[in-house]
Design a protein around this ligand. Structure first.
Ligand SMILES: [Zn+2]
Length: 75
């Protein structure tokens, strides 16, 4: 698809690292599937992928972790 930020580049499938700072917990998730703009680097993550990301954040919070680094595994 065409990037909606720069309106010039087109996105390519790839992976990115997402970090989420939520309450007392910071979660860094590696290898999250994303569409990445080849021009400006903007990342687009699907809603269903974000749901899985939120699950990882929730489980880290439940475990009482301050910092968690996780590998994304597509369910
Ligand atoms: Zn762009």
């Amino acid at each position: 698809m065409t990037c909606i930020v720069c309106k010039k580049g087109s996105t390519q499938p790839g992976t990115t690292t997402v970090s989420i700072d939520k309450g007392a917990t910071i979660v860094v998730i590696r290898d999250v599937p994303a569409e990445i703009c080849s021009t400006c680097g903007e990342e687009y993550i699907d809603a269903h992928i974000m749901k899985d990301v939120e699950k990882l954040v929730a489980s880290a919070q439940k475990a009482g972790l301050n910092i968690a680094i996780q590998q994304f595994n597509a369910a």
